[in-house]
Every structure is written in structure tokens, then in C-alpha cells.
Ligand binder design. Structure first.
Ligand code: UDP
Length: 140
């Protein structure tokens, strides 16, 4: 078994409603560890860079406006199979489809303001972590 790292964002809708601690508690209760974390307020350009993979999607402009509408909390999570475990804990993109007990079922407002982001594969995890953190900031 190998320890894996994934990248997480507590999105502006959740930070605005004071849910950082409750979401961190769900992450820690699941057995994942927080290896790095910080609060940031993305610029439009930073949000566009982060979500560049979605640049041709119809929701791109609204999504990037929303992601820079207020502060977020970005984190590196660590654990066995951290990527898939955190995706499972987050729940489906659309909270209407999210399973009971997931972060999005509990907290997400709608398909855009869905409270959390988590990397979907090892390559994207590595890219996303490097977008916001340098090696010295990550303490596993
Ligand atoms: N999103 C949106 N409208 C959609 C689909 C996605 O606003 O129809 C937003 C939503 O915030 C989502 C993000 O775009 O979390 C990235 O979409 P993706 O399909 O990668 O979903 P995720 O991996 O976050 O579940």
C-alpha cells in the first residue's frame, strides 16, 4: 500500500457559511490527514488557470466568477488511496445526486456552489497541488 496525496478546496460557498471546521472534521474523521492548508482569495486569472481543463464548457465563466467571489481554503490531503477516498467523501458533483453522509449532500447549495473540490486522478492531484503549494509547505 502506498500513501497518496490529493488536493482539496473548501469553496467560497462553504467558507462564507463558516463550514471550514465541519468539513475538516469530516475529512479527519474519514482517516485522511491534512498535510498542508491555507486560506486564499483567487483572482479571476488564477481560477481560470486552475479550471483550464473546463475552458470550453458552458459553465466555465460562471464557475470561475464564483471561485473568485470570496476566499477558499486549499489543502493537501494524505492517506492510503486518498484520491478516491476523498472523491467518495465529497459525493456527486450535483448535490441532488450525492449520497447520504457525503460533504456535498450535507452542505452543497447547488451544482456550481457545491462546497468542495477534490482531484480526480494522480496526475491532476500532482498538478493541482503544485499550482498552490511548494514542497516546503507540505508536511506529511
Ligand atoms: N460545475 C458547474 N456546472 C456543471 C458542472 C460542473 O458549475 O454543470 C462546476 C462545479 O463547481 C464542479 C466544477 O464545475 O465542482 C468542476 O466540474 P467537474 O465535472 O470536474 O466536477 P467535480 O470533479 O468537482 O465533481
Amino acid at each position: 500500500m502506498t500513501t497518496e496525496r490529493t488536493f482539496s478546496i473548501v469553496k467560497p460557498d462553504a467558507v462564507e457559511r463558516n463550514l471550514i471546521g465541519k468539513i475538516f472534521a469530516m475529512i479527519e474523521d474519514s482517516g485522511l490527514r491534512i498535510a498542508a492548508t491555507k486560506k486564499i482569495h483567487m483572482t479571476k486569472a488564477q481560477a481560470e488557470g486552475f479550471y483550464a481543463v473546463h475552458k470550453d464548457r458552458p459553465f466555465f465563466n460562471d464557475l470561475t466568477d464564483y471561485m473568485c467571489s470570496g476566499p477558499c481554503v486549499v489543502s493537501v490531503l494524505e492517506g492510503e488511496n486518498a484520491i478516491s477516498r476523498y472523491r467518495e467523501l465529497m459525493g456527486a458533483t450535483n448535490p441532488e445526486n450525492a449520497a447520504e453522509g457525503t460533504i456535498r449532500k450535507r452542505f452543497a447549495k447547488n451544482i456550481e456552489a457545491n462546497s468542495v473540490h477534490g482531484s480526480d486522478a494522480p496526475e491532476t492531484a500532482a498538478t493541482e497541488i503544485a499550482y498552490f503549494f511548494n514542497q516546503l509547505e507540505i508536511v506529511g
